[in-house]
Design a binder for this molecule. Structure first.
Ligand code: AMP
Length: 212
């Protein structure tokens, strides 16, 4: 299963990807997590990306395409993968297509903007492994500590309210057209917002043809 999880920032892509990757036994590739690690480690890519990320703006397409082309060649991607947060522009989607990268399904998580704004205030991520939590909806077993690796949970700089609103605007203008792009290719599966993480997972798996 080679799939893309599409959706606004805060729609739950990371949370769903973390669950679905275990069910399907394939890796998740999150450009956001790769970029955050690059910034933390001060790599050349991280230095280029940091200002865009702090402002909640998109990182230039050529940086993203380089990251993805390299990552998809690693051995663990042979049986499939979940792309989380990429492609984010039609130019990125076209570049992946031009590189011969094909997908079996593109799942769009539809969450209203007001729900997203509320959610983002409570989001916490592991600064070590990138796993995503919510202080109310998806709390870790121990407050402030990652269930997966024991890392420290922190609020992302780009989750402050003003930045969330500009990221949502960017999503509607720049990323949402991908629904038409992949719809035209017969790959789009739209999954509506459900009150719980479990119901959303079940809906995503059903959309992919896996009944639980
Ligand atoms: P995310 O964790 O997916 O919300 O990504 C965090 C930030 O990383 C975004 O606000 C962008 O600055 C950058 N980023 C991640 N993925 C992409 C992408 N595919 N294209 C451009 N910028 C990206």
């Amino acid at each position: 299963m080679r799939m893309i999880l599409l959706g606004a920032p805060g729609a739950g892509k990371g949370t769903q990807a973390d669950i679905i990757k275990k069910v399907l036994k394939i890796p998740t590739i999150s450009t956001g997590n790769i970029l955050r690690a690059a910034v933390k480690n001060g790599t050349p890519t991280g230095l280029k990306a940091k200002a865009f990320m702090d402002a909640g703006a998109l990182v230039p397409d050529e940086i993203i395409i380089g990251i993805i082309n390299e990552r998809l060649q690693e051995a663990d991607c042979a049986a499939g993968y979940i792309l989380d947060g990429v492609p984010r522009t039609v130019a990125q989607a076209e570049a992946l297509e031009a590189a011969g990268i094909r997908f079996d399904a593109v799942v769009a998580l539809e969450v209203p903007d007001d729900v997203i704004v509320h959610r983002m205030g409570g989001r916490r991520v592991c600064e070590h492994c990138g796993a995503s939590y919510h202080i109310v909806n998806v709390p870790p077993r121990q407050e402030g500590v990652c269930d997966e690796c024991g890392g420290k949970l922190v609020q992302r700089k780009d989750d402050i309210p003003e930045t969330v609103l500009s990221r949502l605007k960017e999503y509607h203008e720049t990323t949402e057209p991908l629904k038409t792009f992949y719809g035209d290719r017969g790959l789009l599966k739209v999954v509506d917002n459900y009150p719980t993480v479990e119901e959303t997972t079940a809906a995503v798996l059903a959309a992919l043809g896996y009944e639980q």
